[in-house]
Design a protein around this ligand. Structure first.
Ligand SMILES: *[C@@H]1O[C@H](CO)[C@@H](O)[C@H](O)[C@H]1NC(C)=O
Ligand SMILES: *[C@@H]1O[C@H](CO)[C@@H](O)[C@H](O)[C@H]1NC(C)=O
Ligand SMILES: *[C@@H]1O[C@H](CO)[C@@H](O)[C@H](O)[C@H]1NC(C)=O
Ligand SMILES: *[C@@H]1O[C@H](CO)[C@@H](O)[C@H](O)[C@H]1NC(C)=O
Length: 363
């Protein structure tokens, strides 16, 4: 305090060193988290992702036997149009009428294709060259559907074999994912469960497939394919919303699927573009009912995504679909990444605070 003593107090040097070290650590952890491949996926400002979507799969993705012949895609496009996301749909195939949206009806769906057939078809089609940054995949139903449809009595005594066939199909999916990674390493890859089937022989297999799928996804992420996400789909279409062929949804069922896909895309963009998450959170506090990015669109009753997302609680998702206990772990994975984003923000703030403290002490 006294003007005779201009040198700083004796405790200021160790304190300064401590601050410097903390500052360094904070900077390092921030650098580490921001070096994840997610940042290249958002626009340079990390705010409004510009999505180029490739819808991949078989007849359900094609939109088989829906009135529009476009299945879930018109509903998805409509929700994207009313959101803050910019998106377009690409593909070497096309089908159906996308009204009321103005989106293109292009996709990459091959009716009747099994996983292996599909892998070959898309590799030859040129679709991987279209620079899609969102690949949404629903594939595997035909691996289950073409199983011999033995009579119901036999089906009843061999449920385990049916389930095993589904597990084997999920294994083939692992190979497919690796193939995707080699062609599109920077794309967000949304992998959907197979919707339920009202033909029992197919459904047992589908349940086997769906039970294994979260593990397949988790493994891919662990092995470095960090932009793969799992999407629940088994429970979306109820038996009443499945057509008599046992596989294809009604128009209403397709719409529900479009809503689920929209949720999945929105969740992933919020997770991967942390800057985008922030304005939404603060908006929600001000004017909750009108501010969700869905606009007026009504989501399915009971669909979890209609609640403004609070990603801090994403691991507490209710288990929904039959027979996939491991699904929860995939959600935990998602929660982990967004908390990393949060940690990065915190680190930045602490760095600023520390810097101010250091300046104060130095003065
Ligand atoms: C990014 O931010 C800059 C400066 O605020 C702005 O001019 C630009 O339009 C933004 N880009 C996008 C894609 O939003
Ligand atoms: C989207 O996130 C919410 C909140 O974490 C979660 O409840 C919901 O299941 C997610 N939806 C999809 C389709 O992943
Ligand atoms: C939202 O609702 C208003 C009033 O009901 C309507 O005029 C508008 O077209 C709707 N917007 C969308 C995107 O559906
Ligand atoms: C998270 O979920 C649990 C269980 O549903 C709930 O008790 C808790 O209040 C939630 N926390 C937040 C921050 O929303």
């Amino acid at each position: 305090m006294s003007p005779n003593n201009p040198s700083p107090p004796p405790w200021s040097l160790p304190l300064f060193m401590l601050f410097s070290i903390l500052l360094l650590l904070a900077g390092q952890s921030a650098a580490q988290t921001s070096s994840s491949s997610a940042s290249s996926w958002c626009d340079p400002n990390g705010t409004t992702p510009d999505l180029t979507i490739l819808a991949m799969g078989a007849s359900i993705v094609y939109g088989h036997s829906s009135t529009s012949e476009a299945g879930f895609r018109p509903r998805l496009a409509q929700l994207l149009e009313t959101s803050d996301m910019t998106a377009s749909m690409v593909g070497t195939q096309w089908s159906g009428n996308m009204l009321p949206s103005t989106y293109s009806n292009h996709h990459e769906a091959y009716e009747g294709a099994t996983i292996e057939e599909y892998t070959a078809k898309i590799a030859a089609s040129g679709a991987y060259d279209m620079n899609a940054n969102v690949l949404m995949i629903l594939l595997g139903t035909n691996d289950c559907w073409w199983l011999p449809n033995t009579d119901p009595e036999i089906t009843a005594v061999e449920p385990d074999e049916r389930k095993a066939a589904g597990l084997a199909a999920a294994k083939r999916f692992t190979t497919f994912l690796a193939e995707i990674y080699s062609h599109a390493p920077d794309a967000l890859v949304l992998v959907a469960e197979l919707p339920k089937n009202s033909q029992e022989h197919a459904d047992r297999c589908i349940q086997g497939f769906d039970a294994a799928l979260p593990v397949v996804v988790e493994k891919a992420v662990e092995e470095g394919q960090s932009l793969v996400r799992f999407v629940r789909m088994y429970d979306v279409v109820s038996y009443e919303e499945i057509q008599v062929d046992g596989t294809h949804p009604t128009d209403r069922g397709y719409d529900l699927m479009g809503e689920r896909w929209f949720e999945a895309i929105r969740n992933a963009t919020e997770e991967l573009c942390p800057e985008r998450e922030e304005p939404e959170d603060s908006q929600d506090q001000d004017q909750e009912p009108s501010s969700t990015s869905v606009g007026n669109a009504t989501l399915a009753p009971g669909s979890a995504g209609s609640v403004p997302s609070t990603s801090s609680n994403s691991s507490s998702v209710l288990p929904q679909s039959g027979g996939n206990e491991q699904a929860a772990s995939a959600d935990v994975e998602v929660g982990k990444v967004s908390s990393a984003a949060r940690a990065q923000m915190n680190a930045r703030w602490s760095a600023w605070l520390l810097m101010i403290c250091v300046l104060l002490v130095a003065a």
